[in-house]
Design a binder for this molecule. Structure first.
Ligand SMILES: [Ca+2]
Length: 444
């Protein structure tokens, strides 16, 4: 049985739509139990009324509907909007036949996770020995295809295998949601209407162009489809018909699916013959304030600071800018990443995701496990604690941004400011010890 899976929100054509939550992106790595079937309750009259289709001709929407009295009304308003945007009426009529409200979708999309999966747990699941072994089998079976893709797109087999394994566990885990149903639910209740409208219009275009019938558009709860988990807008612009069948089939054709994933990376700026990066060893007095995604320097900069490979060798020459990444503070492993790592982040904006893609690919091709050890005794902070950290940093005049429990770049910068004040390494790692220190030093 398919698990309900797929990504959190993902990049829509041309823009990063919203941040991906690590806990959501970890889905393929983490077999999830099926939600219990709801008890066979007697449908009450109001539920029946709410599930009845609403006539779209009642509306004249000229913008993406921001609100509606019911799910079915949102669908009707969107249909009216799609007609206004020039989508053909027969397609707009048929694509939404039978779509139903699914509160599970909007709940998943709207909620902040209580606990964000720590990077070490995420990696254990995403790059398990079992997945590496199955990846090696899949790699052997598709070696010629992968070599051809590297030749034509410049994306090496390891990265393509990594994307395939993390996105859908090599096709074991596509998701089983009708994309029109998934996206209308996101639009109606999850405050994702701009994303939902853009992707629904793209899904209608796929049908209107005769590329696929509506029923073939099956994906994750967030609307991502097939082996490479493409959104409808990605499908329209980036899907590739590698096997020459006349259709880009991301569900049944491995050549189409893997070439499309590579094409997506090329579209995001993938550089041929540039590795994603590698594990490094940092010197004792490394300026941890520089270990951040937005600190980009030529590799000579890190050499001067005393950074070595994990084996203790001098850093090799690499073109372009590079960054140092520590995902679990100064006690955890460190990585040197290239612009190609930043490209993997565009596929799905989560450092845990990107590192897992990179590492799974390396392991499938015989690479070593990471040498550094993760601080596995650290307990993840709850949502309430993460928000408390942000509020306490803000109260000190260090701008941690919105108090939303999302520990992004801004919050990490503020944490570094606090670490500087108290003489700690400025690694931006937000844990219980940091929270305790913030509480202790709270302004009286
Ligand atoms: Ca094809």
């Amino acid at each position: 049985m398919q698990t309900r899976c797929g990504h959190g929100m993902r990049r829509s054509a041309g823009a990063v739509v919203f941040g991906v939550l690590v806990a959501l992106a970890g889905c393929a790595a983490q077999p999830q139990s099926q939600p219990a079937a709801p008890a066979a309750a007697q449908p009450d009259a109001s539920a029946l009324a709410a599930s009845k289709p609403v006539d779209y001709r009642l509306f004249a929407e000229t913008s993406c509907p921001a609100s509606a009295a019911s799910y079915q009304e949102w669908v009707a308003k969107f249909q009216s909007y799609a007609l206004h945007k020039g989508r053909p009426e027969p397609v707009v009529q048929t694509a939404f036949v039978g779509v139903k409200e699914d509160p599970e979708i909007s709940d998943r999309a709207a909620k902040q996770p209580e606990f964000v999966t720590p990077i070490w747990t995420y990696l254990d699941r995403a790059v398990s020995d079992d997945r590496v072994a199955r990846g090696q089998e899949k790699y052997r079976a598709n070696k010629a295809l992968l070599a051809g893709i590297e030749q034509d797109f410049g994306v090496p087999p390891g990265i393509v295998m990594g994307i395939w394994g993390i996105e859908t566990d090599f096709g074991n885990n596509f998701g089983d949601h009708n994309v029109f149903e998934a996206l209308t639910n996101l639009g109606y209740r999850a405050n994702r209407e701009d994303f939902a409208c853009a992707e629904l219009l793209a899904a209608l275009d796929i049908v209107a162009d005769g590329k696929l019938p509506p029923a073939r558009l099956v994906g994750s709860w967030a609307g991502a489809m097939g082996h490479p988990q493409f959104l409808p807008s990605n499908y329209l612009t980036l899907a590739v018909d590698r096997d020459g069948s006349g259709t880009a089939d991301l569900w049944e054709s491995i050549p189409d699916a893997l070439a499309s994933a590579a094409n997506h990376l090329v579209d995001d700026g993938w550089t041929r013959n540039l590795p994603w990066g590698f594990e490094v060893k940092l010197p004792a007095r490394f300026p941890y304030g520089e270990a951040e995604l937005d600190q980009r320097h030529p590799i000579s900069h890190w050499r001067k600071l005393g950074v070595k490979t994990a084996d203790g060798a001098a850093l090799p020459d690499l073109p372009g800018n590079t960054s140092i990444l520590v995902l679990a503070g100064h006690r955890g492993p460190a990585f040197l990443i290239t612009e190609n790592f930043q490209v993997i982040l565009k596929y799905n904006y989560s450092t845990s995701y990107a590192l897992s893609v990179a590492h799974l690919g390396d392991r499938i091709l015989g690479g070593k496990r990471f040498a550094g050890t993760w601080p596995v005794a650290e307990q993840p902070l709850s949502l309430e604690e993460r928000e408390e950290v942000q509020a306490l940093l803000n109260a000190r005049g260090l701008d941690a941004g919105k108090v939303d429990g999302v520990l992004g770049l801004k919050t990490r910068k503020a944490a570094r400011g606090f670490q500087k004040e108290i003489g700690w390494p400025q690694d931006g790692f937000i844990n219980k010890a940091l929270l305790d220190e913030l509480r202790k030093r709270r302004a009286a």
